[in-house]
Design a protein around this ligand. Sequence first.
Ligand code: SME
Length: 189
Amino acid sequence: MDSRPSSDSHYSLFTIHCPLTCFNVSMAVATYDDVAHEIRALASRTASAKEFMRAIVVRLAQIPNFNWVGFYMIEPGQAGEPEKMLVLGPFVGADTPHKRIPLNQGICGAAASRGETVVVEDVHSDPRYLACSIETQSEIVAPIRAHGEIVGELDIDSHTPAAFQPAERALVEHCAEVVGNFLERTFER
Ligand code: SME
């Protein structure tokens, strides 16, 4: 499925008035479509999945309201843990106590076990929520599929309530899909 964001999903134009020169400087800011394009381009020039995921979290964390961006990948559980665990991979944002999450816990566990994107507009009203930062207000988690299997997920938190609307969701799901395709090509997790 192609979940590319639509071309008009986000566009900002800043006009900065410079009093010294009396010029107004207009500056275009990347659309979500531009970001999706950048991420597809990164895939073609990145050697390893880890490196690719690192570049994605850095790029997505530059988007206003994307305050914590990270990957969790499914790995076999260690002694005393369930069979499968979500293990924190590359991330940008506050340190989190949730570095290993069972599939039956948290928003992260819900997205991985259901194989569906979970969008939470107000984390405080969702009993599944595992807190990472007291500033977080909303969250999106999109599963990553490779060879038809859920292998991980892309998790984004925002300090703004209801930050993840259809345009943001399309971008996040597109990134998850690009990572899944990358993993299929390289047989890595
Ligand atoms: N909030 C997530 C845990 C991960 S941290 O937000 C980084 C959850 O409820 O599963």
